[in-house]
Design a protein around this ligand. Structure first.
Ligand code: 2AM
Ligand code: CA
Length: 267
């Protein structure tokens, strides 16, 4: 049985999904604003976030919310971390891959995660200690023991183009050993797919809390490991994230540390 808090987040995510899908075939008429270089937001992002905030506030008036579009709302050790539309670029191009991501942190500890893909009606949920689920089925990360044969996934550092060479250096080193690398445009769905065993591992430079809060709970509860590029466990403050099963995550840490990209990132 999902926890009551998860049910609230699921309701909020589905309501946001309805808004996003309602506008799907009208993206050409949306007003697109550039928040910072190459970082776009639309009225759909804002409407979807407002809907999520409304649902969360109604159920948990004392909790704080950190939304990608609204910033910090309220002050509490219990914080909902919300990305109303992860994959805005995909959405704007009609590229069918995006989701809603809602995580819950208690004193910084990731406790609940909900990621909803409105196109495929796939719901990824997890609560600390309860396991991870895709719709009503239990999910597990893959058992791959190292990079050989691994399908990895990443995102390019569009927010910090100065990290492009670091990214390429790491990618080159990983590609030398893994089967292949995907780049989908939605960090939250990438993490959900690692949890579901559709991908073996994931790495990205400079993620924001809303990109990864829910996904980190879900990966962990699917038996996976979350760490930074130095192998330190937990949601990385740097936003430099590695996810996969324990063995694969360790192999990724080692390969990234030994890559030409690693020196560039810490420089
Ligand atoms: P967003 O759609 O919520 O902005 C991490 O890669 C996150 O950055 C993605 O999940 C996505 O979140 C955003 N993103 C990915 N590629 C991007 C790009 N080329 N330009 C801007 N934002 C991008
Ligand atoms: Ca977003």
């Amino acid at each position: 049985m999902p926890r009551p808090a998860v049910n609230v987040a699921v309701r909020a995510a589905r309501a946001a999904g309805n808004i996003i899908q309602r506008y799907m075939n009208r993206v050409d008429s949306l007003i697109v604003e550039e928040k910072s270089r190459l970082d776009f937001v639309t009225e759909v992002d804002r409407l979807a976030e407002a809907e999520i905030v409304k649902e969360l506030k109604r159920a948990f008036p004392d909790h704080a919310i950190l939304g990608e579009e609204s910033g910090q709302i309220g002050k509490s050790n219990k914080v909902w971390v919300v990305d109303p539309l992860d994959g805005t670029h995909n959405y704007l191009r009609g590229f069918p891959h995006y989701c809603i991501s809602i995580g819950f942190l208690d004193h910084g500890d990731p406790v609940h995660g909900v990621i909803y893909d409105p196109l495929r009606d796939e719901l990824f949920t997890a609560s600390k200690g309860d396991g991870a689920f895709i719709n009503d089925r239990r999910m597990r990360v893959t058992k791959r023991e190292g990079l050989q044969g691994a399908m990895l996934c990443t995102g390019f550092p569009f927010r910090q183009r100065e990290h492009l060479d670091a990214q390429l250096g790491m990618t080159r080193a990983l590609l030398g050993q893994a089967e292949d690398i995907r780049r989908t445009g939605s960090a939250a769905l990438d993490l959900a797919y690692v949890a579901a065993g559709r991908l073996d591992g994931y790495f990205e430079i400079g993620l924001k809390p809303w990109d990864m809060a829910a996904g980190c709970v879900i990966v962990r509860e699917a038996g996976g490991h979350i760490c930074d590029f130095a192998g330190r466990e937990g949601i990385p403050k740097s936003g430099n994230l590695i996810a996969g099963n324990h063995l694969l995550a360790a192999a990724m840490v080692k390969t990234i540390a030994g890559s030409a990209g690693s020196a560039l990132l810490s420089a």
